[in-house]
Design a protein around this ligand. Structure first.
Ligand code: G3I
Length: 379
């Protein structure tokens, strides 16, 4: 008798297993893939966190493999992480990222060689110009040299501009002068001849800052140094993505003969205390309940506004797909986003295409739909 029941139990388990597998398989095959949908248009990427690079965030990693063909390390290749002590490096995370990407046929956009923020602590005590010059040279030669050809591209210099298009004051500008940018690209070109070299910044869809970026690009080109592309970061608000300025910048940068990319795309549904579009990490504000209106869930009306903005943006990207080589989201899902803690710590933001349970949001399906409507128009 027991034998009979155990037999029935085993059969039942097997049937359940198949059903679950079938459901999982069905679920996995049901969700469209961004990289497949836009494979003839541009690369689609995401920022990868340390937990994802270490394989600890299995749900996110599954989604990265399914959805993206490009990744940018959110923090793991920044100077404070990769060179914590003078000329002493920690390549563990970067090596893990490069290995993961190679295994999964994903391109790495390494981020970033020269940035005024997240500098190693020792750089706050380096005062003389010669030491700063030595730092720039050994950092770029060592790091870009190690990953030559292993990373597809580098954000060589990040956020070198002020909002008015002048050069941002930094230890590099102060100690090395305005040529530090061309010199950084020249060093990167020599150290990493097999990786593409980009300038990356936010708000360069605004006229004055766009002009500053154009001046940087032209100066690099005039020096006979290689620059392959420019990254428009794309940290915008869901209710006011600056479409006209974005289109002007796509055209202006493309006219320089370089790739245009959207490198850190997210659409915040929360207002900033100062209500502008800065993405300067040094800007912060105190926690204020009034600034955290969707602590428990995102109202459908707001989700629809975000979907519309993502739709408008992707229609624009597809209009200029010949000039745009990559669109990278700054994170896999809403729970990962830096915007949950910037500029106000401890908020609940919803800036990306996948929710906190890694399920596609309305905006995801709206983005996917732009591809088919674009194909219909072009036939
Ligand atoms: O690793 C430490 C951890 O040990 C510590 O316990 C924890 C709490 O203090 O901090 C952790 O470091 C944080 C790091 O992210 C990793 O999570 C830093 O405090 C935090 O400032 C850092 O924020 C990053 C920010 O750049 C500042 O560098 C964000 O994750 C990252 O999304 C953001 O990305 C930048 C781009 O690199 C450049 N463009 C703007 C974009 C948004 O600011």
């Amino acid at each position: 008798m027991i034998k009979r029941y155990s037999y029935i139990f085993i059969i039942t388990l097997a049937a359940l297993g198949c059903a679950t597998n079938k459901k999982t398989t069905t679920q996995a095959t049901q969700t469209p893939s961004l990289k497949e949908t836009f494979k003839d248009d541009f690369l689609t990427g995401t920022a990868m966190s340390a937990r994802q690079i270490e394989g600890k965030d299995t749900a996110a990693v599954r989604l990265i493999k399914q959805q993206f063909n490009a990744v940018t390390p959110e923090n793991s290749m920044k100077a404070e992480m990769i060179e914590p002590e003078w000329n002493t490096y920690n390549f563990d995370m970067a090596d893990k990222l490069v290995a993961f990407a190679a295994k999964n046929n994903i391109k790495v956009n390494a981020h970033t060689l020269i940035w005024h923020s997240q500098l190693p602590a020792f750089m706050h005590h380096v005062q003389n110009a010669d030491s700063v010059k030595q730092y720039v040279e050994h950092h770029i030669n060592t790091v870009a040299g190690r990953y030559d050809g292993k990373v597809y591209s580098w954000d060589v210099v990040n956020e070198a501009l002020n909002e008015d298009g002048t050069l941002r004051n930094s230890v590099f500008l102060e100690k090395l002068g305005p040529d530090y940018i061309v010199d950084a690209f020249r060093l990167a070109q020599q150290a990493s001849p097999h990786s593409k070299l980009y300038y990356n910044d936010y708000n360069i869809e605004e006229p004055e800052k766009r002009a500053g970026a154009i001046a940087i690009i032209k100066k690099i080109q005039a020096a006979g140094v290689r620059i392959d592309g420019v990254g428009i970061q794309g940290h915008w608000r869901a209710d006011n993505a600056p479409l006209a300025g974005i289109e002007e910048s796509i055209k202006a940068f493309a006219a320089l003969g370089i790739e245009v990319m959207f490198t850190e795309l997210d659409l915040s549904v929360l207002r900033n205390p100062w209500d502008n579009n800065t993405a300067d990490v040094s800007a912060t504000a105190k926690a204020d309940p009034g600034m955290n209106p969707y602590a428990n869930s995102l109202p459908d009306s707001v989700a629809q506004i975000q979907s519309k903005s993502y739709t408008d943006l992707f229609k624009l990207f597809l209009k200029y797909k010949k000039n745009i080589s990559r669109v990278t989201f700054w994170g896999v899902n809403d729970g990962q986003s830096w915007l949950n803690n910037w500029p106000v710590s401890g908020r609940t933001n919803y800036p990306l295409l996948f929710d906190r349970n890694f399920n596609p949001k309305p905006a995801f399906y709206s983005v996917i739909a732009t591809a088919s409507s674009n194909k219909a128009q072009t036939h």
